[in-house]
Design a protein around this ligand. Structure first.
Ligand code: MG
Length: 375
């Protein structure tokens, strides 16, 4: 006889928009509010698990948006999940991949809600169900969108002072490359002695530009360069890893476990940026972290600018992965004026600390969900 786990009885989705303290500017778009797809999974025992789907401000990053996620979950994934045994989640997750190609962000939103429902049913914190933790908190880098040097320096110093952050990440790629480099050199002249300054190019430069300009950023005291060249150009990433002393981190180049294997084999990344959203949930991200650990590549907890709900979903897994030795950038909730949870997350001393209750360890606030729900 096989023991059955809780059954999924209902899946529902809600789109919400959470306002930000300040606009966050990417290369080609600016977000004033963050759209969030809230996914709820109800079991036959009356337990409700919650998950979140977000992308950084729109479909530019990976092709999905919160609107596409809602259609994919409601129309295709939810009918598959209803009736499924949560005790057989890896099997269901495989069926999700066979029914729907790609769409990792939508799959992550549903998968994490199912994990939460399962953990709540068992009365375990998610990190315990995911294998047990190797840390209680994660350092959080403060990230700043494209802005003038003075504004960036002011915001960085204020955040270091008030939040205890020990690193700052700057978005690059919106300006002409040389002008952008001069901008970051100015910022680094003020900040590199004070804190660790990192840059994220989101694949904006070709290899020639990166080869010409990244040594200048290294000279200016930048500590880490994220995804300088396009996602597909693994060979350029490998050559840049060889050229630079400063570590090169893969983000857009690293989505699947297969990507992880390729990057590790080619030594095309010094650090991996893990995000449960881009990789389609916990199971795939665990496999990526295992490849990283086997290859001796440290990992960093990246963000798609999740709300407090999605941030916790990511943090629970990151806390269980020994390879995550490069901290995180789970700063999304700090950029938002409010969240969907009854209690704010525990941010202290430049780190986010994990709660210990069952599942995510925190409850949704239905009044807040209603207030920010899209009409
Ligand atoms: Mg990135």
């Amino acid at each position: 006889m096989t023991a059955a786990g809780p059954r999924v009885e209902k899946v529902s989705t809600t789109l919400v928009d959470l306002p930000l303290h300040r606009p966050h500017q990417f290369r080609d778009s600016t977000m004033d509010a963050q759209g969030v797809l809230l996914v709820r999974v109800g079991t036959g025992d009356g337990v409700v698990g919650v998950g979140e789907g977000v992308v950084p401000g729109g479909p530019w990053w990976g092709g999905e948006s919160v609107e596409t996620m809602q259609v994919v979950v409601d129309r295709y994934l939810a009918p598959l999940a209803v009736g499924a045994d949560l005790g057989r989640l890896p099997e269901l997750r495989g069926r999700m991949d066979r029914l729907v190609a790609a769409n990792p962000f939508a799959k992550c939103a549903l998968e994490t809600a199912m994990w939460d429902a399962w953990a709540r049913t068992l009365g375990l914190p998610l990190h315990a169900l995911l294998g047990g933790r190797c840390r209680d908190s994660l350092p959080v880098t403060w990230a700043i969108g494209v802005a003038d040097p003075d504004a960036v320096v002011d915001e960085a110093l204020a955040r270091i002072e008030s939040g205890g952050h020990t690193s700052i990440k700057l978005k690059m790629g919106a300006l002409e490359p040389t002008a952008d480099t001069v901008r970051v050199e100015k910022i680094a002249a003020s900040l590199a002695q004070v804190t660790s300054v990192r840059v994220d190019l989101n694949g904006a430069w070709d290899e020639l530009t990166a080869t010409r300009l990244l040594p200048r950023l290294e000279e200016a005291g930048i500590d880490l360069v994220e995804q300088p060249t396009p996602a597909w150009d693994v060979e350029a990433m490998a050559r840049l890893c060889g050229l630079l002393r400063v570590p090169v981190m893969a983000d857009e180049s690293l989505r699947s476990d297969h990507d992880a294997l390729t990057l590790a084999a080619r030594r095309a990344a010094d650090v991996f940026s893990l995000k449960i959203g881009k990789s389609g949930g916990y199971l795939a991200t665990q496999r990526i972290a295992a490849v990283a650990q086997a290859a001796g590549i440290p990992c960093h907890g990246g963000t798609g600018i999740e709300s407090s709900l999605g941030t916790l979903a990511g943090a629970h897994l990151l806390a269980t992965l020994p390879a995550v030795t490069w901290g995180s950038e789970l700063f999304g909730p700090l950029l938002m004026t409010d969240g969907l949870l009854a209690e704010p997350l525990d941010y202290r001393d430049g780190a986010v600390h994990l709660p210990d209750g069952p599942g995510l360890g925190i409850e949704l606030d239905e009044d807040r969900v209603a207030r920010y729900a899209r009409r």
